[in-house]
Design a protein around this ligand. Structure first.
Ligand code: NAI
Ligand code: MG
Length: 517
C-alpha cells in the first residue's frame, strides 16, 4: 500500500502550526528579505480583488524552513470564507463580465497579469525561497516558468473552438466549448507559485472563476502575485484565494455544492479523498496530479557524465520535493560500478544550505512534517538493510537541511523503493535485460514519470513505449515545457496539465443540433 502510516500520522500534525494572534493582524506587513530589501506582504484572504480578514479573524503562522523562525502570520480561512468566496465567484461568473466577453479581453488581462509578475520577478522569487526553502536559482526558474505559462494560456483564450459536424442535410450540428463555472483549486507547497499558475492560468483563460486554496506551509507567493489581478484587468471575483488548512478549507472546496470542478495537486491519499468528496457532493469534475516513485533507467551505452547530471537534477533539484522525482535509479550491470562512483562524487559535491547563498543547489525541506518524514524513511532504509553510499543524515540543528542521500543494495520489496519519500533520497539497483527493467519500472501503483539514458534510439523508443508513465524523459530529467502536457498514469492522477490538454479540463462540450425545414 502506497499510503504509509507515517504520512498519515504526519499530516494530522499540521494543526500544530495554527496559533492564534491576540491582536488584530494588519492586512499588509513589512517583511525583510535576506537579500537586504523589504516588501509588503498581503496577509488577508483575496476575495473580490480585495484582501480581507477571515470572517472568524483566525490567523496562522508562516515559517521560514531555513531558520525555523516565524516570517509572519496570515489570516486563516474557514468554511464561511469559502462560502463567501464561492458567492462572489459565482456572481462574477453569472454576470458574464469574464465568462462571456470577447476572449481577447481575457488574453490581454492574463498577459498583463504575467507582465506585472515579471516586473516583480526578483521579489517573487525571494518570497518563494523564504517561504518554501528552495534554492533561489530554482525559485527564479519557477517565476520564469509561471510567467511563460500565463502568457501561453493567454494566447489560447481566443482559440477555444468547436466543430461543425456533418449529420446529413436535415440538421445543422455543431459543438462549442464552454466554461464550467466556479472551479475549486487546491495546491501543494513544493512549487507554490508555479502550481498557482498551472491552476489559475487555464481556468481563467477559458472564462471560469476560481476559488483557490494554497498550502498551509507556503501561502505567501500566491497572495503577493494576486494583488496584481485588478491592475491587470481581471474582474473582481474571478480569482479568489482562501488561505487555510486542508481539513477545513480544502474539505469545504471539495464538498462545495456550487463548485463545479476541483483541480488538485498533492498526495495520492488526499487525491483519493477529494475524488470521493467530489462524488458524494455534486459529482464535480475532478483533475488530480498526485504522487510518484519514478524510475530513472541508465543503459550500458549511456554517456556517464551527462547522465550523472540528469540523475542529480532528477533527485536533488527542489530538495527532492518533486512529484516526478527520479527516485528509483536502475543501472545496467555493465556500467553500474563506474556510474555509482561518479554519482557518489557528484552527490557529495551538491551544495546544500541557505537558499539565498551563492551556488546553493539544494535548499531546505519545506516543513517540519516533511523533514521528519524523510528522516523516518532514512531510518527505515537502514533497518531494511540498505547501504548508505552517502548522506543519510540531517545537517545542523537549525533549518530543515538533509544531506543528499544514496541508498544501494536495495530490494524491490523495500519500503524505501516502493513509497514516495519526497526528499533528497534515491535508491539504486542493478538490472541486466530490457524485460527485467520494464518489469521493475512498472512494478508500482504510480505512473507519473520515467527517465531513460541511452545513446541508442531503438532502446529509447522501445523502452519508452513499454513504460507506464505520463511523461518519459530521454537523456534529460525534470525537463518541462508549458506546451508539453504533464500528468499521471495509474494512481498518479487523472487529467493533464499544460498544453491544450489543460484547457480541455476547464471547458465542457455543448452539442447543438438545428433541425432544418
Ligand atoms: P497533501 O496532499 O495532504 O497536501 C496537499 C494540499 O492538499 C495542501 O494544500 C493541503 O492543505 C490539502 N489538503 C490536505 N488534506 C485535505 C483534505 N482533506 N481535503 C482537501 N484538501 C486537503 O500532502 P501533504 O500532507 O502536504 O504531504 C504529504 C506527502 O504528499 C508528501 O510527503 C509527498 O509525498 C506528497 N505530496 C505530493 C505532491 C505532489 O506534487 N504530487 C505535493 C505535496 C505533497
Ligand atoms: Mg513556509
Amino acid at each position: 500500500m502506497i499510503t504509509s502510516t507515517i504520512s498519515k500520522r504526519l499530516s494530522s500534525q499540521s494543526f500544530v502550526f495554527t496559533r492564534q494572534l491576540s491582536t488584530k493582524l494588519p492586512l499588509s506587513v513589512t517583511i525583510n528579505l535576506p537579500n537586504g530589501s523589504s516588501y509588503q506582504q498581503p496577509t488577508g484572504l483575496f476575495i473580490g480583488n480585495k484582501f480581507v480578514p477571515s470572517r472568524q479573524g483566525k490567523t496562522f503562522e508562516v515559517i521560514n524552513p531555513s531558520t525555523e523562525e516565524e516570517i509572519t502570520h496570515i489570516y486563516e480561512g474557514r468554511e464561511d470564507d469559502v462560502n463567501h468566496a464561492v458567492d462572489i465567484a459565482e456572481q462574477t461568473f453569472k454576470s458574464g463580465v469574464w465568462s462571456k466577453v470577447d476572449p481577447i479581453i481575457r488574453t490581454n488581462a492574463i498577459n498583463k497579469f504575467a507582465q506585472l509578475i515579471e516586473d516583480h520577478a526578483e521579489t517573487v522569487a525571494a518570497i518563494e525561497s523564504l517561504d518554501n526553502g528552495k534554492a533561489l536559482f530554482a525559485a527564479r526558474g519557477d517565476v520564469v516558468l509561471a510567467v511563460n505559462y500565463l502568457r501561453s494560456v493567454a494566447g489560447w483564450a481566443d482559440k477555444v473552438d468547436g466543430r461543425v459536424i456533418d449529420s446529413g442535410s436535415s440538421h445543422f450540428s455543431y459543438t462549442k466549448r464552454e466554461a464550467i463555472g466556479v472551479v475549486g483549486q487546491i495546491i501543494p507547497w513544493n512549487f507554490p507559485l508555479l502550481m498557482w499558475a498551472w491552476k489559475v492560468g487555464p481556468a481563467l483563460a477559458t472564462g471560469n472563476t476560481v476559488v483557490l486554496k494554497t498550502a498551509e506551509a507556503t501561502p505567501l507567493s500566491a497572495l503577493y502575485v494576486s494583488q496584481f489581478a485588478e491592475e491587470a484587468g481581471i474582474p473582481a471575483g474571478a480569482l479568489n484565494i482562501v488561505s487555510g488548512f486542508g481539513k477545513i478549507v480544502g474539505e469545504a472546496i471539495a464538498t462545495h455544492p456550487r463548485i463545479k470542478k476541483v483541480a488538485f495537486t498533492g498526495s495520492t491519499a488526499t487525491g483519493r479523498h477529494i475524488l470521493k468528496a467530489a462524488a458524494e457532493s455534486n459529482l464535480k469534475k475532478v483533475t488530480l496530479e498526485l504522487g510518484g516513485k519514478s524510475p530513472n533507467i541508465v543503459f550500458n551505452d549511456a554517456d556517464i557524465a551527462k547522465t550523472v547530471q540528469n540523475i542529480i537534477v532528477g533527485i536533488y533539484f527542489n530538495s527532492g520535493e518533486v512529484c516526478c522525482a527520479g527516485s528509483r535509479l536502475y543501472v545496467q550491470e555493465g556500467i553500474y560500478e563506474e556510474l555509482l562512483e561518479a554519482f557518489k562524487v557528484a552527490a557529495e559535491g551538491v551544495k546544500v544550505g541557505d537558499p539565498f547563498a551563492e551556488g546553493t543547489f539544494q535548499g531546505a525541506q519545506t516543513s517540519q512534517n516533511q523533514i521528519d518524514k524523510i528522516l523516518q524513511y532514512v531510518k527505515i532504509g537502514k533497518e531494511e538493510g540498505a547501504r548508505v553510499v552517502t548522506g543519510g543524515e540531517r545537517i545542523g540543528d537549525k533549518g530543515f537541511f538533509i544531506k543528499p542521500t544514496i541508498f544501494a543494495d536495495v530490494e524491490e520489496s523495500f519500503r524505501i523503493v516502493k513509497e514516495e519519500i519526497f526528499g533528497p533520497v534515491i535508491t539504486i539497483s542493478k538490472f541486466s535485460t530490457v524485460d527485467e527493467i520494464i518489469e521493475k519500472a512498472n512494478n508500482t501503483n504510480y505512473g507519473l514519470a520515467a527517465g531513460i539514458h541511452t545513446t541508442s534510439l531503438n532502446t529509447a523508443i522501445d523502452v519508452s513505449n513499454k513504460i507506464e508513465a505520463g511523461t518519459v524523459w530521454i537523456n534529460t530529467y525534470n525537463d518541462f515545457h508549458h506546451q508539453v502536457p504533464f500528468g499521471g498514469f495509474k494512481e498518479s492522477g487523472i487529467g493533464r496539465e499544460l498544453g491544450t490538454e489543460a484547457l480541455d479540463n476547464y471547458t465542457q462540450v455543448k452539442s447543438v443540433r438545428i433541425k432544418l425545414d
